[in-house]
Design a protein around this ligand. Structure first.
Ligand code: ADP
Ligand code: MG
Length: 317
């Protein structure tokens, strides 16, 4: 199977099933063409995933594709952007038809779920590597940035944290139970908070997606904004499966494990009060921005944090 057969067979169908009105020309030409409405800013980013580094070796191709597109889309969510299209640069050790078939299926599912049209790409031979560039739009000047957090803003996160990190222990379990399966699903099928990100435009003062863990990613907001934060670990949103599977480790996973792709935002109290109940339902306030550099913890739930205590977070600011 040649390069062009491969593209026609596995990637053209993805482009055909999920288009976008602003994507005027998709794969098959030298470039794709995207129209940018005059009242919109283009928001774009690229993400690379390498086998054995960002996902396990011999990982299922459906999951590989879903996670690659989901992690890229999550960056759009964090900007409050509306997804438009993506390009796919794929490096493959060989043209394995089974793998390509599964990858194409996972990619098609994710593309339609996230509303991202395949615009084109590049296919080369080498160690399995997936690079995805995503394009989205925001109304002019309304992109959510990391740099806007202000002293006395609330810190809030979406969904529940720590589930995907807990799942790492179960990746090789042959017959996972219900709780383990729920956690594994968070790892295999992350759901970027695209609608929530868009709904937070004009409300959140800063926003980031949690890919590396809350402490690390909130740390980026604090650094870019020149502020600090105090968090109450008792307020961390923990799923029931996480609490049952991880016990005492649950809050630590919620603070420091990655791969959940939830959003962490800061927001003034005034604007928090103006958020609709439906949006608030997706969010949990876990702390407040203050002027002292770094992250501090209050509350007694984690008075005895054990071997994974908070000390090693002390240097993060
Ligand atoms: P060029 O030599 O002009 O860069 P290519 O031979 O790399 O063109 O690709 C031919 C067409 O197929 C282009 O439109 C490109 O966008 C598309 N394409 C190549 N690889 C992929 C891929 N992995 N996914 C989607 N489209 C692809
Ligand atoms: Mg090319």
């Amino acid at each position: 199977m040649g390069e062009f057969d491969l593209i026609r067979r596995y990637f053209l169908p993805v482009a055909e099933q999920q288009g976008h009105p602003d994507l005027l020309l998709a794969l098959g030409d030298d470039c794709a063409i995207q129209r940018i409405p005059t009242d919109q800013d283009l928001v774009f980013s690229v993400d690379t995933q390498v086998e054995g580094v960002h996902f396990p070796r011999q990982y299922r191709p459906e999951y590989t594709a879903w996670r690659a597109l989901a992690t890229a889309a999550s960056d759009l969510a964090a900007m409050g952007a509306t997804p438009v299209c993506f390009t796919l640069a794929l490096t493959l050790p060989e043209a394995d038809e089974n793998w390509l078939e599964g990858f194409g299926r996972g990619l098609a599912q994710a593309a339609s779920r996230f509303g991202l049209a395949l615009a084109g790409g590049d296919t080369t031979r080498g160690p399995l590597t997936i690079s995805i560039q995503v394009h989205g739009t925001v109304p002019k000047g309304q992109g959510l940035m990391r740099s806007g957090a202000k002293v006395s803003d609330l810190v809030a996160v979406s969904g529940t944290l720590g589930d995907a990190g807990a799942a790492l222990d179960y990746l090789d379990v042959q017959e996972p139970g219900n709780d383990e399966r729920a956690l594994l699903d968070r790892y295999h099928h992350p759901l970027p908070r695209l609608e929530l990100g868009q709904a937070l435009r004009g409300f959140a003062s800063a926003c980031i997606d949690i890919s590396d863990g809350l402490i690390a990613d909130l740390g980026h907001i604090l650094e870019r904004s020149g502020v600090g934060a105090t968090l109450n670990p008792e307020l961390l949103p923990l799923s029931m499966p996480l609490q049952r599977c991880a016990g005492d480790r649950a809050p630590h996973l919620a603070l420091s494990s990655g791969d959940d792709y939830e959003l962490c935002i800061t927001i003034s109290e005034v604007l928090w009060d103006r958020l609709s109940a439906e949006i608030k339902n997706h969010l949990t306030v876990i702390g407040r921005i203050d002027g002292e550099e770094g992250i501090r913890f209050e509350g007694g739930a984690l008075a005895n944090p054990g071997p994974q205590g908070f000390d090693h977070f002390g240097s993060i600011s």
